[in-house]
Design a protein around this ligand. Structure first.
Ligand code: NAD
Length: 379
């Protein structure tokens, strides 16, 4: 089978779908790998490293013959225009955020597979879970960014020139990214507290050496599939007010809260921000064009508020660690690809729960249950 790695075109995207190590593994499984020239350059992986691993490095026009196209993010309009019937496309397509994309992909006749839709509770899907691998990287980088922007030490330091008290870090949202942020801040020596609406994360927080904060005004808000549910307006207001007292007592706040299919919940209001001491740092991993966990945060922008609080709106953090992120993503996408190859052919078995969970479009139609029937393409 011919498998092609296409260069990402989204602004700021440095990752690549396969690294040379993954190329070598797929080659030894009998596949031919085509890599678009320059695909790995922004992850510090030159064309030669792919050639040495056994890939053919080619100009984009030569990738059309591939049976399957691998990408990190969405293809652009030009790349979608080059997809053909029967071809497979594996990428993090985030189709729920843009159902029209699913229609456009369906009209090409290609099979579009989205790694961000992997049913995460299936144990056989864990090696394919790109959301987890990339959230781990983002959580680590958020803590490192916070430490780099904070004008004081994270650890307790006792020196002849004086003693520095450890930084107090608060992590809001303790899913995959939040737990990694806690672990990283702890390894840097900070005293860490954390909060989540899902109380079942309390043991994980404690096992990392952090203190779990329990709010009295909001009850548990665990939703389906291990995720949180959206809070009601009253719950949200109560949560914001009670959190404000905790936020004021911390030097650094890292927010990671997400609710699937919704805008990120607002956890740090403008009032709470004002209560923080000058020099404090906020990293908002929920920052998005729709708004984030922190009032006024903007993705990929760092602003210093009038009261001397630095607000870092996280953008694509995994891309800032493109080498590690690509290595982990390559393992995820290779696992899914190999799972879908039966008797040497790219096979779409929609009777398999895992496959039905990830296939967005197939045979000219939008087939994912979360996107049908309203968005089903004609034909
Ligand atoms: P996520 O990115 O959707 O959300 C991050 C965190 O924000 C979650 O812990 C959520 O509870 C929290 N949150 C949402 N609204 C909040 C609010 N108003 N206030 C405070 N916190 C709020 O989640 P994720 O990190 O992708 O994963 C979430 C769950 O999925 C976890 O339970 C995780 O363990 C689970 N998971 C399971 C598997 C598996 O079973 N193999 C794999 C990956 C993740």
């Amino acid at each position: 089978m011919k498998v092609a790695v296409v260069k990402e075109t989204a602004p700021g995207e440095r990752r690549v779908a396969l690294v040379p190590e993954a190329v070598a593994k797929l080659r030894s499984a009998g596949h031919e790998i085509l890599v678009q020239s320059g695909a790995g350059a922004r992850a510090f992986l030159p064309d030669e490293s792919y050639s040495e691993a056994g890939a053919s490095v080619l100009a984009p026009d030569h990738l059309a013959e591939a049976d399957v196209i691998l990408m990190v993010g969405r293809p652009d309009a030009d790349q979608i225009g080059k997809l053909r019937s029967g071809q497979g496309l594996l990428a993090m397509l985030a189709p729920l955020a843009d159902p029209e994309l699913a229609n456009r992909l369906a009209t090409t006749g290609a099979t579009a597979v989205s790694l961000d839709l992997i049913p995460r509770t299936l144990s056989r899907a864990q090696p394919m879970d790109a959301l987890t691998s990339q959230a781990n990287i983002a959580g680590y980088k958020a803590a490192v960014l916070a430490a780099a922007s904070f004008g004081r030490f994270f650890p307790l330091l006792i020196t002849a020139a004086g003693t520095a008290r450890p930084a107090k870090v608060l992590v809001l949202g303790t899913g995959v990214a939040g737990l990694q942020a806690i672990g990283t801040a702890r390894r840097l020596g900070a005293v860490v507290s954390a909060y989540d609406v899902r109380p079942e994360t309390k043991t994980e927080v404690a096992s990392l050496g952090a203190t779990f904060i329990e709010l009295t005004s909001v009850g548990p808000a665990s939703g389906a599939g291990g995720y949180a549910r959206a809070l009601t307006d009253d719950e949200r207001a109560a949560q914001q007010a009670e959190l404000a007292d905790h936020i004021a007592k911390h030097d650094v706040v890292i927010t990671t809260a997400q609710v699937p299919g919704r805008r990120p919940p607002l956890l740090v209001t403008g009032e709470a921000l004002k209560s923080m001491a000058p020099g404090s740092v906020l990293v908002d991993m929920g920052a998005s064009t729709l708004g984030g966990n922190v009032e006024g945060s903007v993705p990929d922008e760092t602003v210093v508020a009038d009261n001397g609080v630095t607000i870092i709106g996280a953008g694509n953090l995994p891309s800032t660690m493109a080498a590690s992120a690509s290595t982990m993503y390559a393992r995820n996408i290779s696992s899914l690809l190999q799972y879908m190859i039966k008797d040497g052919q790219f096979t779409v078995d929609l009777a398999d729960e895992l496959i039905a969970g990830v296939v967005v479009a197939h045979d000219g139609k939008v087939v994912h249950p979360a996107l049908t029937p309203a968005t089903t393409a004609a034909g």
